[in-house]
Ligand binder design. Structure first.
Ligand SMILES: [Mg+2]
Length: 220
C-alpha cells in the first residue's frame, strides 16, 4: 500500500535492465504483495509509541496514539512513513510463497519489480529483495502505476502481467494499458477482508501458488 504523492517518473529503458523484448514480462509490486508491509510499518510505529489499527485498507488513517479515537494528523503519519522507508523497510517479513513463485515465473518471463516507494528507500529495498532472492530489475514509481506499466509494455512484444494489491493501481493499468493481464493479491491475511476488489475487472488471488499458475496461463 502506498498513498505518497505523485511525482514525474522517467520511463525505464527495459533493455538496459536486461529485459528481453520477445519474452513475456511480469510487473510485480512489493508492499503487501511480496512483503508484509502493514505488519512491518505497524511494528515500526509501535517502536515510536504509536498504534497501527487495522480498521480499514489505508495507511495514515490507521495511525493512533494509544487510547485516542482520532487518528494521527495525516502529515505526521506521512513523516513516519518516510522514516520507515529510510530506516526500517529492510526488515519487512516475506509474503508466503512470493519469492518461490517469482523464481518459477522467471524461467518463462522477465520479472520487473515496480514499487511506489520514496527514493531514499531504493538501497534498502534492493537489499531486501536481494536478500530474499528477488534481485530482479527494480523500478521506483510515484502515484498510479498505469502510465509506467504501459510504457514498459510497449517495450516488449510478448504478453505482460501486472500484480498489485491496490485497486487504484490496477484501475490505472486497465485504463492506460488494457492489454496487460491484471491480478490483485493481498499478502497479509488480516487485510484480505478489508481490501476492496473488483473481481470482474481484475482477478483477485491471494495465494501465491495459485497466483503463479494463473499468471503462467495468462502469459503462455
Ligand atoms: Mg502494494
Amino acid at each position: 500500500m502506498s498513498e505518497i504523492a505523485a511525482r514525474p517518473v522517467k520511463t525505464p529503458d527495459l533493455a538496459s535492465l536486461g529485459v528481453i523484448r520477445s519474452r513475456p514480462l511480469v510487473i510485480v509490486d512489493v508492499d503487501e504483495v511480496l512483503g508484509l508491509f502493514m505488519q512491518g510499518f505497524g511494528d515500526y510505529l509501535a517502536l515510536q509509541g504509536l498504534e497501527f489499527r487495522l480498521e480499514r485498507f489505508a495507511l495514515f488513517q490507521n495511525i493512533y496514539r494509544p487510547g485516542e479515537t482520532e487518528h494521527l494528523d495525516i502529515n505526521v503519519g506521512k513523516s513516519h512513513f518516510d522514516d520507515f522507508f529510510r530506516h526500517a523497510c529492510g526488515d519487512m517479513a516475506l509474503a508466503e510463497g512470493g519469492s518461490e513463485a517469482l523464481r518459477d515465473l522467471s524461467r518463462i518471463a522477465n520479472i520487473v519489480i515496480l514499487t511506489n516507494a520514496p527514493g531514499q528507500a531504493r538501497l534498502a529495498r534492493a537489499r531486501w529483495l536481494g536478500r530474499h532472492r528477488m534481485d530482479y530489475p527494480l523500478v521506483l514509481n510515484s502515484g498510479p502505476k498505469g502510465p509506467l506499466a504501459a510504457a514498459m509494455a510497449r517495450q516488449v512484444s510478448a504478453p505482460v502481467a501486472f500484480v498489485d494489491d491496490m485497486l487504484s493501481n490496477l484501475d490505472s493499468v486497465a485504463e492506460h494499458a488494457p492489454g496487460i493481464s491484471r491480478f490483485q493479491t493481498v499478502a497479509d491475511p488480516r487485510l484480505r477482508d478489508l481490501a476492496p476488489s473488483k473481481p470482474d475487472m481484475h482477478r483477485r488471488i491471494d495465494d501465491w501458488d495459485a497466483l503463479r499458475q494463473a499468471i503462467e496461463a495468462a502469459i503462455s
